[in-house]
Design a protein around this ligand. Structure first.
Ligand code: MEV
Length: 312
């Protein structure tokens, strides 16, 4: 018989609709949870505190791990937040979220582990406290994170996000369909974030101007979402993609999938997340979902998911 866990925790993936990279420099961004893919953690009695991530081929003994191990850090931070000692538990992690693909796998795994421990202790943390905890681990994953990934993954709701401010929920004027297509190229966010930082250091005026333009697109996009104006939103996605290409974070694979989606009738398309690989998103009218998804697969997407914004 399967042993029943002492505690369980889950967290969804995420997609950034507008504003990636510029959000690191204080401009606004829009992100939504991607509930089709989730990270899961379960806690079982054991002799020591270990984290096992079968999919990632990792087993970490928390007491022995170094300070820069993300699994050990999330366990230690959760113990501190709950005022508990390191427990003699085995924390088993499974994730359906592909890593290094812009879908927030790092933040979701941290949130799932923390939630499973809190569930086992029957301790509650507010979303703001849990998001802050996951943010500390995100710093190991990508150095200077804006905090958008931990926020959307923990709050599990569409957010208007500005670094350092409380996330704002916003109104969705009418349901909108997005396709999410994976280039199959792994691209750790840490690398693209540090490449953008190096370029910004070389030419601050140019990059600040690009970030301003991306911020203005995100602001216009919020208005389009609130008004349910899908045509306007699609063209804003194309504009955001052009600016991301100027930031040098697109790639031939992302460009190909964006082009293919538009040619098959998508209203707009852009990369999502750190870029240079990972996933792109396309806004599609309901009648075009199947056709665009098929075209994306033929253009090389290794996986295509679909999600509906504003279905509740
Ligand atoms: C990563 O999902 C989004 C980036 O803007 C980095 C960040 O905000 O921390 C590229």
């Amino acid at each position: 018989m399967q042993e029943s866990p002492l505690g369980v925790g889950h967290a969804p993936g995420k997609i950034i609709l507008f504003g990636e990279h510029a959000v690191v420099y204080g401009r606004p961004a829009i992100a939504v949870p991607l509930t089709q893919v989730q990270a899961h953690a379960e806690v079982f009695p054991h002799s020591r505190c270990v984290v096992e991530a079968v999919d990632l081929g990792r087993r970490v003994d928390v007491a022995e791990a170094t300070a820069d191990d993300p699994f050990a850090l999330v366990v230690r931070l959760t113990c501190a937040a709950a005022a508990r000692e390191l427990p003699p538990w085995r924390i088993v992690v499974h994730s359906e979220i592909p890593i290094a693909s812009g879908l927030g796998s790092g933040a979701a795994i941290s949130a799932a582990i923390a939630r499973a421990l809190l569930d086992a202790w029957d301790v509650l943390l507010s979303p703001a406290e849990l998001s802050r905890l996951v943010y500390e681990v995100e710093k190991l994953h990508h150095g200077t994170p804006s905090g958008i990934d931990n926020t959307v993954v923990v709050y599990a709701t569409p957010v208007w996000f500005v670094k350092g401010a409380e996330p704002e929920p916003f109104h969705i004027g009418s349901p909108m369909h997005f396709l999410i297509a994976d280039t199959g190229v792994a691209s750790p966010t840490r690398l693209t974030v540090s490449a953008v930082r190096a370029a910004w250091e070389q030419n601050r005026a140019r990059y600040e101007a690009l970030f301003d333009r991306i911020g203005a697109v995100a602001t216009a996009a919020r208005e389009a979402i609130e008004q349910g104006d899908v045509r306007q939103l699609g063209s804003l996605m194309d504009r955001n993609q052009a600016l991301l290409a100027e930031l040098q974070v697109s790639s031939p694979e992302l460009d190909r999938l964006c082009r293919a989606a538009r040619e098959a009738g998508a209203l707009g398309a852009k990369l999502s997340g750190g870029g240079r690989g990972g996933n792109m998103i396309a806004l599609v009218e309901p009648v075009a979902v199947e056709r665009v998804a098929h075209t994306l697969r033929r253009a090389g997407a290794v996986r295509v998911l679909s999600t509906l914004l504003g279905d509740r």
